[in-house]
Ligand binder design. Structure first.
Ligand SMILES: Cc1cc2nc3c(=O)[nH]c(=O)nc-3n(C[C@H](O)[C@H](O)[C@H](O)COP(=O)(O)OP(=O)(O)OC[C@H]3O[C@@H](n4cnc5c(N)ncnc54)[C@H](O)[C@@H]3O)c2cc1C
Length: 324
């Protein structure tokens, strides 16, 4: 290994940081990857493996927020990311509508068609044609590669620093833009689900058995601001109740785990050079949709650092939206 100082230092060895480090190393860049918790020690190591083909919001609400063209560009960006996602079983994703949401399903499906998101009405809500479940071991193997970039516990120096530290706002630019939210997963002893399911409570069910993850509604503060990845019993109880209501044949609880996800101030990832400081690059704020966002955003960061021709990330994800 070369003793030369790194050209790029990547902080964070979650999916985003690993993908950036891999892409740079493959291009011959001297990379230093830093994470005091080691590989996948943060939220990435807790995820279930549901790859949404869109932002985790109903299509008509996404369209209302970004406009038709903006929402379509975001969906296209995510679809390109899914095309390159190792370990993806493209079985689609079922959206389970709550009774309150049932009146919005026509709007959701009409908007899905306008923004290029394949969707079909089902008895319980709608089925998104793209996305699916990811074999996370296969994803990790692909991100590490045959010649893994070593992970250091402490930072060194480099020409450029990339901050892929999830909910930890290591660069001051992120301090007022990211909020930690504790999410947790409860794993049940079956039954196996063929297709991942998501629901209004930001609950997802998936994984070669039956697992439920979520946070919302179970505690008064909805787990916002929680930085300790220790499961909260009220959230466990809520997830168990929601799961057994949706899947009455769910087995015994096998395992409960929590992780801290990074929600951004406007709900969208934050990717690119810090305005006014091009040697500091951020790639964070994926909330609960890391599999949809982290890899295509990482690829855009790598392209940007290498000066490769690239469309970059869609405008609503760029750091430039916060430029003074
Ligand atoms: C229970 C649960 C279930 C989930 N299920 C899904 C799912 O099914 N599908 C999906 O798409 N998403 C899911 N998510 C969300 C997903 O895990 C995140 O969106 C994704 O992991 C974010 O990746 P990341 O690389 O940005 O962050 P992280 O994985 O959090 O990586 C950030 C890294 O930075 C490191 N770090 C912190 N401080 C420093 C420092 N000072 N220096 C260097 N490194 C530092 C941390 O140790 C961590 O490893 C789930 C999350 C949880 C908690």
């Amino acid at each position: 290994m070369s003793d030369d100082p790194a050209e790029v230092q990547v902080h964070g060895a979650g999916w985003a940081g690993l993908a950036i480090a891999r892409g740079l190393a493959d291009a011959g860049v001297r990379v230093r990857l830093v994470d005091p918790a080691g590989v996948l020690g943060g939220a990435s190591g807790r995820a279930l493996g549901v790859a949404l083909p869109t932002h985790p919001e109903h299509p008509h609400r996404l369209e209302a927020g970004l406009g038709t063209a903006g929402a379509a560009a975001l969906v296209a960006f995510i679809r390109e990311g899914l095309d390159a996602l190792p370990g993806l079983a493209r079985v689609g994703v079922d959206w389970l509508a709550s009774p309150q949401e049932r009146g919005e399903l026509d709007d959701a499906l009409a908007a899905a068609a306008r923004i290029g998101l394949g969707a079909t009405r089902t008895d319980a809500g709608y089925h998104l044609h793209d996305g699916g479940g990811v074999d996370l071991a296969a994803l990790l193997a692909a991100l590490r590669g045959p010649d893994p970039v070593p992970v250091h516990a402490t930072a060194g120096t480099a020409e450029v620093d990339v901050y892929a530290t999830g909910a930890v706002a290591l660069d001051p630019f992120l301090a007022d833009k990211l909020t930690p939210v504790r999410w947790q997963a409860v794993h049940f002893d079956g039954p196996a689900l063929a297709v991942p399911v998501v629901s209004q409570h930001a609950t997802v069910f998936w994984a070669g058995g039956l697992s439920a993850a979520g946070a919302r509604w179970a505690t008064p503060h909805m787990e916002v601001g929680e930085t300790s990845p220790v499961p909260e019993p009220r959230v466990t109880a809520m997830l168990e109740r929601l799961t057994r209501a949706a899947f009455p044949d769910a087995g015994a609880i096998l395992d409960v785990r929590a992780g801290i996800v990074a929600e951004s101030c406007d709900g969208l990832p934050i990717v690119g050079p810090v305005p006014g400081r091009p040697r500091a690059v951020v790639c964070a704020g994926f909330g609960v949709a890391g599999l949809a966002y982290a890899l295509p955003c990482a690829r855009a960061v790598v392209d940007g650092l290498l000066g490769r021709p690239s469309a970059g990330v869609p405008k609503p994800l760029r750091t430039a939206r916060f430029a003074p």
